[in-house]
Design a protein around this ligand. Sequence first.
Ligand SMILES: [Zn+2]
Length: 291
Amino acid sequence: MDRQAIAAYAVYILIFAFGLSVGSFLNVVIYRLPREGLGLARPRRSFCPVCRSPIRWFDNLPVFSWLLLRARCRDCGQPIAARYPLVELAAGLLVLLLFRRYGFSPVFFFYFYFAMCLLAIALIDLELMVIPMALVYPAAALGLVCALVEPSASLSGAWLWNLAAPTLGDRAASLAGALAGLASGWAVLKLTSAAYLAARGHAGMGDGDPPLLGMIGAFLGWRAVPLVVLWSTLIGLASALILMALSRGKPRQESWGQKALPFGPFLVLAAFIYLFFGQSFLTWYWAIFLF
Ligand SMILES: [Zn+2]
């Protein structure tokens, strides 16, 4: 291996370590943001959610500390959920994938913020069935800014690839694509949930799902919206069927199959699939149906 290759690997390892520590911060956001009385900076030290003992710095390293402590709190011995190291690993992987695609560029930072928000939103919704608007609204605004600032690299749906010097018209087209994504994403779920409420007499979807799909549309463009809706519905249905099969014969209250499933995590999963594979999927799709 030559020196250049070693340097490239070293950069990837550093980027991955950076992702792990951002994931560690996300765990704090996921726990504290939806809970009353907990600020992101107060208390300053992380604590065990069971016994409230502060966590020592050497027990607070991403992934490694969880493995070394064998998933138990050093003070009270209660289990530490696998969610913590899994969020850290997911953040590390996402940052690595985004860095591979965009390198150190403004777009990298825009999509990095988008991906981290999606990850936090999915986990908060999974645990507490709420989608925090404090994460959704700023990210939606940032999606529009990204389309305007980097029209050739953002996915806003304007098909402006590898432009050396985007003109004002390119920027306007890109911003329009992102605005169309924001509006169509929000509207399609808002209308679906209104129709469901009218037909069934109770809500079938959380209030946070339409703004979440709007935020996804602002970053991924209007072309992403129908695919994200289709994929999230399919993944959601498959998961509901699997959970129902797993919970057969168990008491009604305890079984997952009887609980309402949050839709946010499935929207997030579909958004990640589109972010990393959407472009190749659309190219393949049009190649089959047009030529
Ligand atoms: Zn403890």
